[in-house]
Write a protein that binds this ligand. Sequence first.
Ligand SMILES: Nc1ncnc2c1ncn2[C@@H]1O[C@H](COP(=O)(O)OP(=O)(O)O)[C@@H](O)[C@H]1O
Ligand SMILES: O=C(O)C1=C[C@@H](OP(=O)(O)O)[C@@H](O)[C@H](O)C1
Ligand SMILES: [Mg+2]
Length: 172
Amino acid sequence: MKKIILLGYMGCGKSTIAQNLSKTTKIPFLDLDKCIEKRAELSISEIFEQHGEVYFRKLEHEVFVELLQSSENSIIGLGGGTPCYANNHELLKRDDVVSIYLKASIDTLYNRLVHNKSKRPLIANMDEEEMRAFIAKHLFDRSFYYNHAQYKVSVDDKTVEETVQDILEVLA
Ligand SMILES: Nc1ncnc2c1ncn2[C@@H]1O[C@H](COP(=O)(O)OP(=O)(O)O)[C@@H](O)[C@H]1O
Ligand SMILES: O=C(O)C1=C[C@@H](OP(=O)(O)O)[C@@H](O)[C@H](O)C1
Ligand SMILES: [Mg+2]
């Protein structure tokens, strides 16, 4: 196996779980958003503000393709939208990729995002009511792409350690 890819909606824990899974497995991890920020020399919020979402999606696709080209073993935490644009979901079918959907309920996502929205330009300016309705619809729209993942791991009511254990069982 070469790449373990974590996908799912904003706030499901891709970045947190990728980092912790890396500690346990000693496989290096990469966060796609961090790689994009490094490439653009701008934060995700600044990319959206200065160049718009279409530019961000193009960059996201380019950097994702590059990460997949590397021959190193790695754990990659995608952005929430990554599988939903530029046919990126097709790239998950590669033989050297194991894709895992971290599946969270609307309540879990809402509770995690409500105090953590400022760096997420798609929801940063929404009030709480608006954000809950947005998550519900957006998650529904995106589930089609998330369901292309090879495996699904439910993250509701689990600690980081429990989710990491569940992923290790899937990989075993
Ligand atoms: N059990 C848990 N698993 C993962 N993240 C959790 C958990 N409980 C709380 N959190 C918090 O939820 C947020 C998840 O955000 P993040 O890891 O950035 O997700 P993503 O990359 O999917 O958007 C973090 O602030 C993290 O500390
Ligand atoms: O869902 C999305 O479209 C996005 C999710 C973000 O990543 P996280 O899912 O890690 O928050 C980041 O890529 C950007 O703000 C867009
Ligand atoms: Mg993330």
